[in-house]
Design a protein around this ligand. Structure first.
Ligand code: URA
Length: 443
C-alpha cells in the first residue's frame, strides 16, 4: 500500500516517482487527506532532487485535472493561446491577439490580474471604459467564433491543485524549482483548452528568469510538457532587462498599443519585434506554415491596419468605449506628472525592469497586496531607453499619479533603477531564442 512517508522518502533519496505515487500525493492533498507538513517536505525533496521530464509531465497532468478543463474543441486546430512568464510594460497580448485573429487563429483567452512589479492583462483592459472582463461562457464562445478573439478574466476553477501547492511553495522556499514552475504554468495553460500554445519566456531583470540559461531550461521543460500533452507549442525567449515599449501602467500601456496598431512604431522596435514574432509563431503552429512566412503575414496585418480594426472590433464587442479607443482627447491623464531629468551627458546604460515596475506600482499602477485599488492613469513613460543618448537636464522619464504623496518614493526608486555611461552600451537582441516543439527531441 502506498504511504505518503514512502513517497517523500523515495524523492528525498533521488528516486523517480511513478504516476500512481504522484497522483496519490496531489489528489490526497487536494482532498484534504494529506497535511501541509508532508507536502512541504515532498516539495523540498523535489526542489533538491528535481524531477524527470516524465515526472514533471505527470505532475502537470494531475494538477490540470484537479479542476475545470475548458473545452475549445469547437475551434478545432485553430485555437491558439499565448502566455508570458511575466514582465514590465508587457502589453503584447493587446497586439498579438488581434494580429493572430487576422491571421485566422481563434484566441479564447483567460488572463489574470497583476501583483507586485508586473501588471495584469485584465487590469489593463479595465482601463478602457465599459470593457467587460466577465462574459458568460456562451458570449465568450460566440465572440471567438464570430471575430476570432476574446479576453476575459479567469473563471471557474482552473487547476486548484496549483493554487494550493503554490501557496505552500511560497512559504517553504520552494518556488524556484524548475519542474515546479514549469508544471505550475503549464497546468493552467493546458486546462485552458487550446490546441496550440506560444510561450513568451522573458529573460532579465524584470523577468522570473534572470539568466538566458535558466530561461532556456524553463522553456525546454514547458515545451516538453506541451508536446507530451499533444499540443503544438513554441517558446520564444524575449528580453526583459528593461521594460517593453516606453510605457508602464494600465491606461498608458493601452494608449501605446493603440498608437502602435495605428502604425506608429517610432521608438518601439522592441514591442514590434516581440509582438510580431509571437503572433507569427501562433499562426505558424495553427496553419503549419514557416515562421518566416507567418512573420510576413503578421507584418502585413499590422502595417495594413487590419490588426487595428480587429482590435477595435474585439474591444467594442466586449463593451469597450469606441470613442476612448479612437479619440485620444477624451482620455483622462493623471493630475500629477513629474519629469525625471538626466544628471549627465551620455547614454542610458541600464534600466532595471523590476525596479521600474515597482516604481510604477508605488505610483498606483499596480498592487502591493491583492486588495489594493489600481490608479488606471498612474505609471511611467520612458523618454529614453537603453542605448539612447541623453544630455544633462533632458527628460528621461515622466512619472504619473493621481496621488501626489506617492511621487517622492517612486522617484527615488526610479532614479536608483537607471544607470548612465559615457560609451554607447550594447543592446541585447529583443528575441533571444526560439524553441519549437516540433524541433526538439523528447527526453
Ligand atoms: N508563475 C506560475 O504560474 N507558477 C510558478 O510557479 C511561477 C510563476
Amino acid at each position: 500500500m502506498l504511504t505518503v512517508y514512502d513517497v517523500i522518502a523515495k524523492k528525498r533519496d533521488g528516486g523517480i516517482l511513478a504516476e500512481e505515487e504522484i497522483r496519490f500525493l496531489i489528489d490526497g492533498y487536494c482532498a484534504g487527506q494529506i497535511p501541509d507538513y508532508q507536502i512541504s517536505a515532498w516539495l523540498m525533496a523535489v526542489y533538491l532532487r528535481g524531477m524527470t521530464a516524465e515526472e514533471t509531465s505527470i505532475l502537470t497532468d494531475v494538477m490540470l485535472r484537479s479542476g475545470d478543463i475548458v473545452d475549445l474543441s469547437q475551434f478545432r486546430h485553430l485555437s491558439a493561446d499565448k502566455h508570458s512568464t511575466g514582465g514590465v510594460g508587457d502589453k503584447t497580448t493587446f497586439i498579438v491577439a488581434p494580429l493572430a485573429a487576422v491571421l485566422g487563429c481563434k484566441t479564447a483567452k483567460m488572463s489574470g490580474r497583476g501583483l507586485g512589479h508586473t501588471g495584469g492583462t485584465i487590469d489593463k483592459l479595465e482601463a478602457i471604459p465599459g470593457y467587460r472582463v466577465s462574459l458568460s461562457e456562451k458570449e465568450f464562445r460566440a465572440q471567438v467564433e464570430a471575430i476570432g478573439v476574446s479576453v476575459i478574466g479567469a473563471t471557474g476553477d482552473i487547476a486548484p491543485a496549483d493554487k494550493l501547492l503554490y501557496a505552500l511553495r511560497d512559504v517553504t522556499a520552494t518556488v524556484d524549482s524548475l519542474p515546479l514552475i514549469a508544471s505550475s504554468i503549464m497546468s493552467k495553460k493546458l486546462a485552458a483548452g487550446t490546441s496550440s500554445i506560444v510561450l513568451d519566456v522573458t529573460v532579465g531583470s524584470g523577468a522570473f528568469m534572470k539568466t538566458q540559461e535558466d530561461a532556456e531550461a524553463l522553456a525546454h521543460a514547458m515545451v516538453d510538457i506541451g508536446m507530451r500533452a499533444g499540443k503544438r507549442i513554441t517558446a520564444v525567449l524575449t528580453d526583459m532587462d528593461q521594460p517593453l515599449g516606453r510605457t508602464i501602467g494600465n491606461a498608458l500601456e493601452l494608449e501605446e498599443v493603440i498608437a502602435f496598431l495605428q502604425g506608429d512604431d517610432a521608438g518601439l522596435d522592441d514591442l514590434r519585434e516581440v509582438s510580431l514574432t509571437l503572433a507569427a509563431h501562433m499562426a505558424a503552429n495553427v496553419h503549419g506554415i514557416s515562421p518566416d512566412e507567418a512573420y510576413r503575414r503578421a507584418y502585413d496585418a499590422w502595417k495594413s491596419g487590419a490588426a487595428y480594426e480587429k482590435f477595435v472590433e474585439w474591444i467594442t464587442a466586449q463593451g469597450g468605449d469606441r470613442t476612448w479607443l479612437c479619440d485620444p482627447t477624451v482620455r483622462k491623464s493623471a493630475p500629477y506628472a513629474y519629469e525625471v531629468k538626466a544628471p549627465c551627458d551620455g547614454y542610458l546604460a541600464f534600466a532595471d525592469a523590476e525596479q521600474i515596475g515597482l516604481a510604477a506600482m508605488q505610483l498606483g499602477a499596480g498592487r502591493k497586496t491583492k486588495d489594493d485599488i489600481i490608479d488606471m492613469a498612474a505609471g511611467i513613460r520612458m523618454y529614453r531607453k537603453v542605448g539612447e543618448a541623453v544630455r544633462v537636464g533632458e527628460t528621461v522619464a515622466v512619472l504619473y499619479t493621481s496621488d501626489e504623496s506617492r511621487l517622492a518614493d517612486a522617484e527615488a526608486r526610479f532614479v536608483s533603477a537607471v544607470r548612465y555611461s559615457d560609451e554607447k552600451p550594447q543592446r541585447r537582441a529583443h528575441i533571444l531564442g526560439v524553441i519549437r516543439g516540433d524541433e526538439i527531441e523528447e527526453t
